[in-house]
Write a protein that binds this ligand. Sequence first.
Ligand code: HEC
Length: 506
Amino acid sequence: MRRCLIVGVCVALLIVFSLGCVSWWLERRETHEPSLLAFAEHCASCHGSELEGSDLGPPLVGVDLQNGDSTEALIRAVGAGYPERGMPGFGQSLPPELVKGLALFVSEQRQDFGTTSQSWESRIPDGPQRARDHDFRVEVVAKLASRPYSIAPLPDGRILVSEIVRGLSVIDSEGNQGPLIADTPRVWDPILSADNNYVMMGIVLDLALHPDYDDTGWIYLSHTHRCQLDCGFLLPKSMVQVVRGRIREGRWVDQEIIWSVDPGLYTVVPDNVSAGRLAFDHDGHVYVSIGGKATYDWVQWLDKPTGKIHRVREDGTVPADNPFEPEDEISTANTVWSYGHRTPQGLATHPVTGQIWGTEMGPRGGDEVNLIVRGGNYGWPMFTNGLDYDGEPVTIGEELGLELALEDTIAPIVDFTPAPAISSFEFYRGQAFPAWENDLIVGSLRARTLYRLRIRGGELVDQEKLLTGLARIRDVEVGADGFVYLLLEHGELGTIVRLVPSDARV
Ligand code: HEC
């Protein structure tokens, strides 16, 4: 009895300690910011601590820059300076990665990104919004009681929504949220760590309707499956799993597992970076993106599930033309379609070609839009245009002893530097905004901006910011009505809004 008690206390202490470590690690990655300190030390005396300018140097925010504001122009300005006009060059005195870090810092401040994810408040604009080809209004569709992850507009105008620690529900056409759908995969409350951080293990992620939803009724759902003592683990571990099911009379029924991994591949890394986005091609396959829910060396390791986009048939069987064979005994290599991904937060199907496209977040700098190809290696953690959060160039790959040549990796079609924290996206198709047909409508978290991108012949040919300063945009979908639906996060709450054409064009 006594021994049981001692073992119990030790286990409890171990759990508290490990959670503390995990959240310390997450926190450290998000907030450590030498560029800010370096700016204060080297630049603020002339440009002001808020970059507002002083007698000795011009403002760097809120004005057009004389010498351009691309990252390259800023690196040049900081490196070479304008000695004859009162600005010293820093290329000799500071290491190149700090010069780049300072340039990115200036660029981030100019775009009002902020470098942490603390500003949650949602700013929904009133009245008509002007965009190049279509003016629109932003309408609130529904308010949600907890932090959401995904929306799927249904053909009849209702909206299916997933909230990460609550589960699924349906928003009716009046914007009222119905009760939670019963019998969906289990979701767990976050574990509150010693320093008040939430560690999520066992949450609901993405929703996607089967391409023939009208006939089949199938809804695909990704979530993280949590397992502990019943899998023989001391601490809870989890990994993404994909299921499909139907909703009948408020219940989730007919569930089938479409993609899952052996518990030997579950990890203790929290679910926040799981991604779990789903997409269908035109040939009967479903794809799921898995983020870095493990150490970075798994990303280039084909037998491990994370940092990959996996492909199975719609019924979960493994297609014969997948590119890789397992090497380890416990492996997910046979479902890997592409690898070397960091945080693949968006996945969508080109409406004409059926090709799968993905968005992913780089570290600070280097957010990407990628065309996903069979067997493609997208380079993480070896190659990215970004710096790591602490302002250092990314050397993780080298530290892990990975070898990879740049020419063996697939370059992004679009690179966003500095990184707005690109989240989810959708290709536009519909009647409401015909000039946007086949354009990507892309959301972002940190930048709180909605982008429209036009890609033709594998190149970005046009880009427009449709909305700025809105809120963290977690998901983007197009409804049967052709309206663009956005899922916004603010604090632990969420809001669904939609872009509808405005007649107010003058
Ligand atoms: C001794 C004062 C001084 C310091 C220190 C200084 N600057 Fe400047 N900076 C200037 C002046 C003056 C200009 C305007 C030069 C001109 O007229 O073209 C300038 C211009 C710039 C520009 C170009 C602005 C434009 O409109 O194109 C950038 C970017 C910039 N500074 C960034 C920095 C950064 C980053 C640091 C710190 C590493 C820094 N500066 C340190 C005085 C300073």
